[in-house]
Design a protein around this ligand. Structure first.
Ligand code: ADP
Ligand code: ZN
Ligand code: ZN
Length: 716
């Protein structure tokens, strides 16, 4: 039995370099292992920590070694402790921050959420003491002390957690959360086909390759490149079935649960209670319940967003990444991990199959993964015809052909989806006499008008102020509104088309801010016989609605105007995905794309549904420019309240970076955000590991006290 635990205290301080040694008292040695959570004395405080290693000898003198205060009931699986260690290095973060990703829900915010665990005897447990079952004295005492029926809070059993766990493993008692383990409620959205589907030829071929990979029980990465509506979900379901049949577990990553209720619903429908749903909008208790169901092996499939990649599933056999192009897979806080990259690591660790799926895969995945193609729609329908409309010289929001098509559809009682990737009423306000533009006091960006709330707000930091009645600079009462967002578009379409029998639904971040609202809007549009759904990129996720006759993209080149090498890829995906919502379920569809850049490669390719052509061109361009997957990028942002300090820190970092053969760009100033001035450095290197090591080395010495640094490996 090891006598010393190496503990990583969970603190966000960057300077702290753990792990730290603690002497385990005799009674803890049995039960504490890698992944155990301990409350440890740390300076004058007590901190929660995770055991990352065990040893017999410490460099710290015996008499100076402290003992943990106590053990916490929950623990982290060993493979996830290892995964966290890898993430900390891979993303230039700290072990504590990476570990916080893999803890049971609620654990880092305080141990109280875990105290409601209850123990309950099973039938076998009730009989065990008198039935001659072999028990230690301690085990016997626990079983005899527990009431024959009903649950006892674990804290009141007087037994060590490890003792209870061992009894649980033998089927003598059950540990559960006191709140009834509720299966989260699913709202049914989207097309429902009756009877079991028979796989078509392409699906069968894809599944054959998958089955072989699953049967081989080793790490393999595959890309299911299937056009919109080609029946990718059915392939995921069958692959999950094959994996479960092997006794192994499954993780299914989806972009956002509220926006992809269909995929979740299909898994729950097919596998019932075997599915646990990880949902950021579940209450803390519910999330903990679902985590524990997985931890105990009661549930073997976890469906959830990015963080579900950390689901505590033992003997993992398959990770599915649905809509693998979706930007939500990249985490924006520290560590800035990419769930797709972490999923690959986890699959490798577990000897599992990674299956990424999309109609518009990322160039990286297209180049690197073994491809399985679903080239046609599952229902035998055609992909909708796409028409590109040149908006040069057009006044107003809608091209005349768009207006005509919407009018026609409204008269015929059909359904349409309109995408405008900009929320609010107007993009910015300006004074007609002195040209003042209302900007955010904390960020160098314009404030966006939200008319129904009577505010102008910053989409970067959330700053809000009342809509100005007049200009505070010159006193003029003439304030002009520029641009068009979803709120105003909704207003205009209601005026032009709306009525009791022709509802207009809006879906954007403002609407979706309320819990469950996004799903409710999708469900209402799905059930409506006719109507228009307008919204931001949220309307272009993988929804499967029958009978959408028209899809419209407004300002399709908006994403092209971002100074980012992924601008083309984003634009292509957005247009192709929206087009993919139209013409499903036996009806024919038509798509109109309004743009100021009608000749842009990404827009033309999307109009032709030519994703392979687009991707091949994109890969050639990236190879020439040494962008991913032909080079690796690391972005470092230095920030400070004082402009010169941000720049100075970035310059200093740049000098410290030694990375032969790499290209180091910057420092370049970035716009002010949340009151902080920023400067960035971008490293373009051939090898990610070397670049990360160089950055880690450069950050080993602290920079100016008033400057902070954030590192983004493989920025998205
Ligand atoms: P994707 O995710 O590829 O866009 P979906 O998985 O949503 O497509 O499937 C589109 C529709 O086709 C769904 O309604 C699904 O039930 C149906 N479908 C899937 N496979 C088949 C099949 N083999 N035969 C008939 N319909 C199918
Ligand atoms: Zn003015
Ligand atoms: Zn702001």
């Amino acid at each position: 039995m090891a006598s010393i635990a190496q503990v990583e205290p969970l603190t966000s301080a960057r300077a702290l370099r753990g792990p730290f040694d603690y002497a385990l008292p005799e009674e803890m040695r049995d039960s504490v292992g890698v992944g155990s959570m301990l409350v440890v004395p740390f300076g004058r405080r007590e901190l929660l920590g995770v055991v990352v290693g065990l040893t017999e000898a410490s460099a710290v003198a015996d008499e100076r070694l402290l003992a943990p205060r106590r053990a916490v009931e929950a623990d982290v699986p060993v493979d996830l402790v290892e995964l966290a260690g890898w993430i900390a290095l891979e993303y230039c973060s700290t072990p504590a921050r990476a570990l916080s990703l893999v803890l049971p829900p609620g654990a880092s915010s305080g141990v109280h959420g875990l105290a409601r665990l209850v123990a309950e005897l099973t039938a076998a447990g009730r009989e065990a003491p008198s039935a001659g079952v072999r028990l230690t004295a301690v085990q016997r005492a626990v079983l005899e002390r527990l009431p024959a029926v009903g649950a006892t809070p674990v804290a009141a059993t007087g037994a060590a957690h490890a003792t209870l766990r061992r009894l649980e493993a033998r089927g003598l008692l059950r540990l559960s959360h006191r709140a009834l383990a509720r299966a989260p409620v699913h709202v049914a959205v989207g097309a429902r086909r009756n009877g079991p589907v028979t796989l078509n030829h392409d699906q069968r071929r894809a599944l054959e390759s998958l089955d072989a990979a699953i049967a081989a029980r080793r790490f393999e990465q595959l890309l299911l490149h299937g056009v919109t509506g080609s029946g990718k979900t059915e392939v995921y379901l069958r692959a999950a079935e094959a994996t479960l049949a092997q006794g192994r577990g499954v993780i299914v990553l989806v972009p956002e649960i509220g926006l992809t209720p269909q995929t979740v619903g299909r898994f729950v429908e097919r596998f019932g209670d075997t599915v646990a749903v990880a949902h950021s909008r579940l209450g803390a208790g519910e999330r903990y319940d679902e985590w524990m169901r997985l931890r105990r092996g009661e549930a073997r499939i976890c469906v959830g967003p990015r963080s579900a990649v950390f689901a505590p599933i033992e003997d993992l056999g398959l990770i599915v990444i649905d809509e693998e192009h979706d930007p939500s897979y990249k985490h924006q806080g520290d560590p800035r991990y990419d769930a797709r990259h972490v999923a690959a690591r986890r699959a490798e660790q577990a000897g599992a199959v990674l299956l990424a799926g999309s109609a518009t895969p990322r160039p990286e995945s297209f180049a690197r993964l073994q491809r399985l193609a679903l080239p046609a729609r599952a229902d035998g329908g055609e992909l909708p015809a796409v028409e590109v409309l040149d908006m040069c010289g057009v006044r107003g929001a809608l091209h005349e052909r768009t207006a005509a098509a919407l009018g026609e559809l409204c008269r015929a009682g059909g359904k349409a989806i309109v995408l405008l990737n900009r929320r609010g009423w107007s993009n910015f306000l300006s004074c007609r006499s002195c040209a003042k533009v209302w900007g955010c006091p904390d960020c160098d960006v314009a404030l966006v008008l939200h008319r129904s709330e009577g505010v102008i707000s910053c989409h970067h930091c959330g700053h809000r102020e009342r809509v100005p009645a007049c200009c505070d600079a010159c006193g003029s009462g003439s304030v002009a509104r520029h641009g068009l967002g979803t709120e105003r578009l909704e207003h205009e379409l209601v005026a032009a088309l709306g009525g009791d029998d022709y509802p207009i639904f809006r879906l954007d971040a403002d609407v979706a801010a309320a819990r469950g609202r996004a799903t409710a809007v999708l469900a209402r549009f799905d059930r409506a016989a006719a109507g228009v759904l307008i919204g931001t990129q949220m309307v272009a996720k993988g929804h499967d609605f029958d009978g959408v006759g028209l899809g419209v993209v407004l300002d399709a080149d908006a994403t092209l105007r971002f100074p980012d090498f992924r601008a083309e890829e984003r634009t292509f995906a957005l247009v192709a995905q929206l087009a993919g919502r139209a013409g499903r379920g036996g009806s024919s569809g038509r798509v109109l794309v309004q743009t100021l850049a009608p000749t842009a490669r990404s827009i033309i390719a999307a109009a032709r549904h030519d994703s392979s052509g687009f991707l091949e061109g994109e890969l050639r361009r990236r190879e020439a420019l040494r962008y991913p997957p032909y080079g690796e990028l690391v972005r470092i942002v230095c920030s400070s309240l004082r402009e010169e300090l941000a720049l100075q820190a970035a310059r200093e970092l740049r000098e410290r970076l030694t990375l032969p053969g790499a290209q180091i760009l910057g420092p370049a100033p970035l716009f002010r955000l949340r009151g902080r001035e920023r400067a960035q450095i971008v490293i373009k290197a051939a090898d990610r590991g070397a670049a990360v090591a160089a950055v880690t080395a450069a950050l080993a010495q602290p920079l100016h006290r008033e400057a902070s640094v954030s590192v983004d490996v493989d920025p998205q």
